[in-house]
Ligand binder design. Structure first.
Ligand code: UT7
Length: 325
Protein backbone atom coordinates (compact mmCIF):
# COMPACT_ATOMS: atom_id res chain seq x y z
CA UNK A 1 0.00 0.00 0.00
CA UNK A 2 1.33 3.44 -0.94
CA UNK A 3 2.30 5.94 1.73
CA UNK A 4 3.68 9.47 2.07
CA UNK A 5 7.30 9.63 3.15
CA UNK A 6 9.61 12.56 3.91
CA UNK A 7 12.38 12.56 1.32
CA UNK A 8 15.49 14.75 1.68
CA UNK A 9 15.75 17.09 -1.32
CA UNK A 10 18.32 19.67 -0.18
CA UNK A 11 21.07 20.36 2.33
CA UNK A 12 23.24 23.25 3.47
CA UNK A 13 25.44 24.43 6.32
CA UNK A 14 26.97 27.59 7.73
CA UNK A 15 29.93 27.92 10.09
CA UNK A 16 31.26 30.98 11.91
CA UNK A 17 34.27 32.62 10.29
CA UNK A 18 36.66 31.94 13.17
CA UNK A 19 38.17 28.53 14.01
CA UNK A 20 39.74 28.17 17.47
CA UNK A 21 42.42 25.50 17.92
CA UNK A 22 43.16 23.54 21.08
CA UNK A 23 46.48 25.38 21.32
CA UNK A 24 44.61 28.69 21.54
CA UNK A 25 42.57 27.30 24.46
CA UNK A 26 45.80 26.46 26.30
CA UNK A 27 45.98 30.23 26.85
CA UNK A 28 42.40 30.43 28.18
CA UNK A 29 42.21 27.56 30.73
CA UNK A 30 44.65 25.03 32.18
CA UNK A 31 44.48 22.41 29.44
CA UNK A 32 46.58 20.83 26.70
CA UNK A 33 46.04 19.98 23.05
CA UNK A 34 47.07 16.42 23.94
CA UNK A 35 44.42 16.03 26.71
CA UNK A 36 41.63 17.35 24.48
CA UNK A 37 42.55 15.13 21.53
CA UNK A 38 43.03 12.02 23.67
CA UNK A 39 39.79 12.38 25.68
CA UNK A 40 37.50 13.75 22.95
CA UNK A 41 39.07 13.66 19.46
CA UNK A 42 38.53 17.43 19.13
CA UNK A 43 41.32 19.48 17.44
CA UNK A 44 39.44 22.72 16.76
CA UNK A 45 35.95 24.25 16.87
CA UNK A 46 34.30 27.32 15.31
CA UNK A 47 33.27 30.21 17.55
CA UNK A 48 30.74 32.87 16.53
CA UNK A 49 31.94 36.46 16.29
CA UNK A 50 30.03 39.55 17.41
CA UNK A 51 28.24 39.73 14.05
CA UNK A 52 27.20 36.06 14.11
CA UNK A 53 24.27 34.51 16.01
CA UNK A 54 22.26 31.29 16.01
CA UNK A 55 19.72 32.91 13.68
CA UNK A 56 22.30 34.32 11.26
CA UNK A 57 24.02 30.92 11.04
CA UNK A 58 20.65 29.17 10.71
CA UNK A 59 19.66 31.58 7.95
CA UNK A 60 22.94 30.82 6.12
CA UNK A 61 22.31 27.07 6.36
CA UNK A 62 18.69 27.45 5.19
CA UNK A 63 19.68 29.60 2.20
CA UNK A 64 22.36 27.06 1.21
CA UNK A 65 19.84 24.21 1.50
CA UNK A 66 17.25 26.04 -0.64
CA UNK A 67 19.88 26.71 -3.30
CA UNK A 68 21.03 23.09 -3.20
CA UNK A 69 17.40 21.94 -3.67
CA UNK A 70 16.74 24.46 -6.43
CA UNK A 71 13.82 25.86 -4.41
CA UNK A 72 12.69 29.19 -2.96
CA UNK A 73 10.79 29.89 0.27
CA UNK A 74 7.60 29.92 -1.82
CA UNK A 75 8.04 26.15 -2.15
CA UNK A 76 8.26 25.61 1.63
CA UNK A 77 5.45 25.71 4.22
CA UNK A 78 7.19 24.69 7.45
CA UNK A 79 10.38 25.69 9.27
CA UNK A 80 11.52 23.81 12.37
CA UNK A 81 14.66 24.91 14.19
CA UNK A 82 16.39 22.71 16.74
CA UNK A 83 18.30 24.92 19.15
CA UNK A 84 19.03 25.48 22.84
CA UNK A 85 20.74 28.81 22.15
CA UNK A 86 18.12 31.01 20.42
CA UNK A 87 18.91 34.70 19.83
CA UNK A 88 16.06 35.62 22.18
CA UNK A 89 13.98 33.78 24.78
CA UNK A 90 11.14 34.41 22.33
CA UNK A 91 10.06 34.63 19.57
CA UNK A 92 11.38 31.32 18.31
CA UNK A 93 14.58 31.24 16.25
CA UNK A 94 12.43 29.66 13.52
CA UNK A 95 10.26 32.77 13.05
CA UNK A 96 13.35 35.00 13.13
CA UNK A 97 14.89 32.87 10.36
CA UNK A 98 11.53 32.83 8.54
CA UNK A 99 11.56 36.63 8.41
CA UNK A 100 15.24 36.75 7.40
CA UNK A 101 14.33 34.46 4.48
CA UNK A 102 11.47 36.80 3.46
CA UNK A 103 8.81 34.15 4.09
CA UNK A 104 5.37 35.22 5.36
CA UNK A 105 3.33 32.04 4.95
CA UNK A 106 3.33 28.60 6.57
CA UNK A 107 4.38 27.82 10.14
CA UNK A 108 7.67 28.10 12.01
CA UNK A 109 8.62 26.91 15.50
CA UNK A 110 11.56 25.68 17.58
CA UNK A 111 12.23 22.29 19.10
CA UNK A 112 14.43 22.07 22.19
CA UNK A 113 15.98 18.71 22.97
CA UNK A 114 19.59 19.91 23.37
CA UNK A 115 22.02 17.62 21.50
CA UNK A 116 19.15 15.38 20.34
CA UNK A 117 17.38 18.45 18.93
CA UNK A 118 17.98 17.67 15.29
CA UNK A 119 16.69 14.10 15.65
CA UNK A 120 13.58 15.45 17.41
CA UNK A 121 13.07 18.18 14.78
CA UNK A 122 13.48 15.77 11.87
CA UNK A 123 11.00 13.35 13.46
CA UNK A 124 8.53 16.19 14.09
CA UNK A 125 8.81 17.42 10.48
CA UNK A 126 8.35 13.84 9.28
CA UNK A 127 5.09 13.58 11.28
CA UNK A 128 3.81 16.85 9.76
CA UNK A 129 4.60 15.71 6.21
CA UNK A 130 3.35 12.18 6.77
CA UNK A 131 -0.04 13.42 7.98
CA UNK A 132 -0.42 16.10 5.31
CA UNK A 133 -0.06 19.07 7.70
CA UNK A 134 2.79 20.37 5.53
CA UNK A 135 4.29 19.62 2.13
CA UNK A 136 7.90 20.80 2.39
CA UNK A 137 9.92 21.61 5.50
CA UNK A 138 13.26 23.22 6.23
CA UNK A 139 14.70 21.50 9.29
CA UNK A 140 17.58 23.42 10.84
CA UNK A 141 19.98 22.63 13.68
CA UNK A 142 21.65 25.88 14.77
CA UNK A 143 23.66 26.67 17.89
CA UNK A 144 26.03 29.17 19.48
CA UNK A 145 27.03 27.19 22.57
CA UNK A 146 30.09 29.46 22.93
CA UNK A 147 27.64 32.03 24.37
CA UNK A 148 26.53 29.78 27.26
CA UNK A 149 29.92 28.31 28.16
CA UNK A 150 31.73 29.15 31.36
CA UNK A 151 35.10 30.05 29.83
CA UNK A 152 36.80 29.44 33.20
CA UNK A 153 35.57 25.80 33.38
CA UNK A 154 38.07 23.62 31.50
CA UNK A 155 35.88 20.54 31.84
CA UNK A 156 33.25 22.02 29.49
CA UNK A 157 34.60 25.01 27.54
CA UNK A 158 36.99 22.96 25.40
CA UNK A 159 34.20 20.65 24.19
CA UNK A 160 31.68 22.76 22.33
CA UNK A 161 31.48 24.79 19.12
CA UNK A 162 29.07 26.87 17.02
CA UNK A 163 27.47 26.26 13.63
CA UNK A 164 24.30 25.39 11.71
CA UNK A 165 23.11 22.79 9.22
CA UNK A 166 19.80 22.31 7.40
CA UNK A 167 17.91 19.70 5.41
CA UNK A 168 14.84 20.18 3.25
CA UNK A 169 12.25 17.43 3.47
CA UNK A 170 9.57 16.90 0.87
CA UNK A 171 6.36 14.83 1.13
CA UNK A 172 6.53 12.16 -1.58
CA UNK A 173 4.02 9.42 -2.40
CA UNK A 174 5.93 6.12 -2.20
CA UNK A 175 5.16 2.41 -2.49
CA UNK A 176 5.33 1.94 1.28
CA UNK A 177 8.16 -0.59 1.11
CA UNK A 178 11.58 -0.80 2.78
CA UNK A 179 13.12 0.18 -0.59
CA UNK A 180 11.44 3.62 -0.47
CA UNK A 181 13.52 6.75 -0.27
CA UNK A 182 12.88 8.99 2.73
CA UNK A 183 12.58 8.57 6.49
CA UNK A 184 11.96 4.88 7.15
CA UNK A 185 11.75 4.92 10.96
CA UNK A 186 12.41 7.19 13.92
CA UNK A 187 12.53 6.54 17.68
CA UNK A 188 12.64 9.25 20.35
CA UNK A 189 13.37 8.81 24.06
CA UNK A 190 13.81 11.00 27.14
CA UNK A 191 14.29 10.58 30.89
CA UNK A 192 14.10 13.80 32.89
CA UNK A 193 15.43 12.10 36.01
CA UNK A 194 18.88 12.83 34.56
CA UNK A 195 18.16 16.56 34.18
CA UNK A 196 20.88 17.62 36.63
CA UNK A 197 23.72 15.88 34.76
CA UNK A 198 23.80 18.28 31.82
CA UNK A 199 21.95 21.59 32.13
CA UNK A 200 22.19 25.39 32.01
CA UNK A 201 22.06 27.05 35.44
CA UNK A 202 19.78 29.91 34.44
CA UNK A 203 16.54 30.75 32.67
CA UNK A 204 13.74 33.32 32.41
CA UNK A 205 11.50 31.87 35.11
CA UNK A 206 14.15 30.73 37.59
CA UNK A 207 17.03 33.22 37.65
CA UNK A 208 16.06 35.76 34.97
CA UNK A 209 19.53 35.16 33.50
CA UNK A 210 20.75 33.08 30.61
CA UNK A 211 23.06 30.94 32.75
CA UNK A 212 26.00 28.71 31.88
CA UNK A 213 26.31 25.11 30.77
CA UNK A 214 27.10 22.65 33.57
CA UNK A 215 27.95 19.00 32.95
CA UNK A 216 28.93 15.96 34.96
CA UNK A 217 30.90 14.66 31.98
CA UNK A 218 31.77 11.26 33.41
CA UNK A 219 28.09 10.64 34.37
CA UNK A 220 26.90 11.54 30.87
CA UNK A 221 29.60 9.34 29.34
CA UNK A 222 28.53 6.42 31.55
CA UNK A 223 24.97 6.45 30.16
CA UNK A 224 25.70 7.50 26.57
CA UNK A 225 26.73 4.26 24.86
CA UNK A 226 23.92 2.15 26.41
CA UNK A 227 21.20 4.67 25.54
CA UNK A 228 22.50 5.21 22.00
CA UNK A 229 22.81 1.52 21.17
CA UNK A 230 19.41 0.74 22.74
CA UNK A 231 17.49 3.25 20.60
CA UNK A 232 19.41 2.23 17.46
CA UNK A 233 18.48 -1.42 18.09
CA UNK A 234 14.82 -0.24 18.19
CA UNK A 235 15.26 1.41 14.77
CA UNK A 236 16.97 -1.73 13.42
CA UNK A 237 13.97 -3.76 14.62
CA UNK A 238 11.43 -1.31 13.13
CA UNK A 239 13.08 -1.32 9.69
CA UNK A 240 14.55 -4.80 9.46
CA UNK A 241 17.73 -3.01 8.45
CA UNK A 242 20.81 -3.98 10.46
CA UNK A 243 24.38 -2.81 11.00
CA UNK A 244 25.62 -4.61 7.87
CA UNK A 245 22.90 -3.09 5.67
CA UNK A 246 23.48 0.58 6.43
CA UNK A 247 25.77 2.62 4.17
CA UNK A 248 26.58 5.44 6.60
CA UNK A 249 26.37 6.06 10.33
CA UNK A 250 26.12 9.77 11.15
CA UNK A 251 26.10 10.08 14.95
CA UNK A 252 25.91 13.17 17.13
CA UNK A 253 29.48 14.42 17.50
CA UNK A 254 30.12 14.80 21.25
CA UNK A 255 33.16 12.63 21.76
CA UNK A 256 35.09 10.33 19.41
CA UNK A 257 35.35 7.72 22.19
CA UNK A 258 31.54 7.55 22.57
CA UNK A 259 31.11 7.27 18.78
CA UNK A 260 33.74 4.51 18.49
CA UNK A 261 32.34 2.55 21.43
CA UNK A 262 28.74 2.77 20.09
CA UNK A 263 29.77 1.67 16.58
CA UNK A 264 31.81 -1.21 18.02
CA UNK A 265 28.94 -2.40 20.24
CA UNK A 266 26.50 -2.30 17.29
CA UNK A 267 28.93 -4.01 14.88
CA UNK A 268 29.07 -1.03 12.52
CA UNK A 269 32.15 -0.98 10.25
CA UNK A 270 34.34 2.01 11.27
CA UNK A 271 34.67 2.90 7.54
CA UNK A 272 30.95 3.76 7.54
CA UNK A 273 31.15 6.25 10.42
CA UNK A 274 31.14 9.97 9.58
CA UNK A 275 33.34 11.96 11.98
CA UNK A 276 33.50 15.75 12.24
CA UNK A 277 34.09 16.19 15.98
CA UNK A 278 37.80 16.78 15.24
CA UNK A 279 37.02 19.94 13.27
CA UNK A 280 33.76 21.26 14.75
CA UNK A 281 33.72 20.02 18.37
CA UNK A 282 30.28 19.34 19.87
CA UNK A 283 27.83 21.70 18.14
CA UNK A 284 24.79 20.17 19.89
CA UNK A 285 21.71 20.26 17.62
CA UNK A 286 23.85 21.36 14.65
CA UNK A 287 26.25 18.41 14.75
CA UNK A 288 24.26 15.85 12.72
CA UNK A 289 23.32 18.19 9.84
CA UNK A 290 26.88 19.58 9.75
CA UNK A 291 28.27 16.04 9.49
CA UNK A 292 25.66 15.06 6.88
CA UNK A 293 26.48 18.09 4.73
CA UNK A 294 30.21 17.27 4.84
CA UNK A 295 29.59 13.68 3.74
CA UNK A 296 27.15 14.80 1.02
CA UNK A 297 29.47 17.48 -0.33
CA UNK A 298 32.47 15.15 -0.61
CA UNK A 299 30.35 12.49 -2.34
CA UNK A 300 30.34 9.83 0.40
CA UNK A 301 26.53 9.85 0.86
CA UNK A 302 24.74 9.22 -2.44
CA UNK A 303 21.13 8.88 -3.56
CA UNK A 304 19.53 5.66 -2.23
CA UNK A 305 22.19 5.18 0.47
CA UNK A 306 20.82 4.03 3.83
CA UNK A 307 21.90 6.48 6.52
CA UNK A 308 21.53 5.98 10.28
CA UNK A 309 21.37 9.11 12.47
CA UNK A 310 21.66 9.08 16.25
CA UNK A 311 21.99 11.56 19.13
CA UNK A 312 22.01 11.72 22.93
CA UNK A 313 22.20 14.74 25.21
CA UNK A 314 20.80 16.95 27.98
CA UNK A 315 17.58 15.81 29.65
CA UNK A 316 18.56 13.10 29.00
CA UNK A 317 17.10 12.94 25.53
CA UNK A 318 18.13 10.47 22.87
CA UNK A 319 16.90 9.12 19.55
CA UNK A 320 17.70 7.63 16.17
CA UNK A 321 16.41 7.96 12.60
CA UNK A 322 16.89 5.68 9.57
CA UNK A 323 16.75 7.44 6.20
CA UNK A 324 17.16 6.20 2.65
CA UNK A 325 18.74 9.15 0.87
O1 UT7 B 1 26.54 16.22 23.69
C1 UT7 B 1 25.90 15.93 24.88
C2 UT7 B 1 26.45 14.75 25.50
N1 UT7 B 1 27.71 15.05 26.12
C3 UT7 B 1 28.64 14.13 26.12
O2 UT7 B 1 28.43 13.09 25.54
C4 UT7 B 1 29.89 14.33 26.94
C5 UT7 B 1 30.19 13.08 27.68
N2 UT7 B 1 31.38 13.12 28.47
C6 UT7 B 1 32.62 13.16 27.92
O3 UT7 B 1 32.77 13.24 26.73
C7 UT7 B 1 33.80 13.03 28.84
O4 UT7 B 1 33.37 12.65 30.13
C8 UT7 B 1 34.67 14.31 28.94
C9 UT7 B 1 35.40 14.54 27.63
C10 UT7 B 1 33.79 15.49 29.28
C11 UT7 B 1 35.73 14.13 30.04
O5 UT7 B 1 36.51 12.98 29.80
P1 UT7 B 1 36.76 11.93 30.97
O6 UT7 B 1 37.67 10.90 30.44
O7 UT7 B 1 35.42 11.47 31.47
O8 UT7 B 1 37.55 12.80 32.02
P2 UT7 B 1 37.14 13.14 33.53
O9 UT7 B 1 35.98 14.08 33.57
O10 UT7 B 1 37.04 11.87 34.27
O11 UT7 B 1 38.43 13.94 33.99
C12 UT7 B 1 39.71 13.32 34.04
C13 UT7 B 1 40.73 14.32 34.53
C14 UT7 B 1 40.29 15.08 35.77
O12 UT7 B 1 41.43 15.22 36.59
P3 UT7 B 1 41.67 14.25 37.86
O13 UT7 B 1 40.45 14.43 38.73
O14 UT7 B 1 41.78 12.88 37.27
O15 UT7 B 1 42.93 14.78 38.43
C15 UT7 B 1 39.87 16.43 35.26
O16 UT7 B 1 40.03 17.46 36.21
O17 UT7 B 1 40.94 15.32 33.52
C16 UT7 B 1 40.80 16.63 34.10
N3 UT7 B 1 40.31 17.56 33.08
C17 UT7 B 1 41.11 18.20 32.21
N4 UT7 B 1 42.46 18.21 32.06
C18 UT7 B 1 42.96 18.95 31.06
C19 UT7 B 1 39.03 17.89 32.82
N5 UT7 B 1 38.98 18.75 31.78
C20 UT7 B 1 40.27 18.96 31.39
C21 UT7 B 1 40.86 19.74 30.38
N6 UT7 B 1 42.20 19.70 30.25
N7 UT7 B 1 40.13 20.48 29.52
Amino acid sequence: MGMIRSVVCGYGSCLPKRAVTNQELEGVVETTDEWIIQRTGIRQRYVAGDDETTCSLGEGAARAALENAGLTVDDVDLIIVATSTPDNTFPAAAVDIQSRLGMRHGAAFDVQAVCTGFVYALTTADAYLHTGLAKRAIVIGAETFSRILDWTDRSTCVLFGDGAGALILEAVETEGSADDRGILAAKLRSDGNHKDKLFVDGGPSSTQTVGHLRMQGREVFKHAVGMITDVIEAVFDATNIGADDIDWFVPHQANKRIIDASARKLGIDPQKVVITVDRYGNTSAASIPLALVDALKDGRIKKNDVVLLEAMGGGFTWGAVMVRW
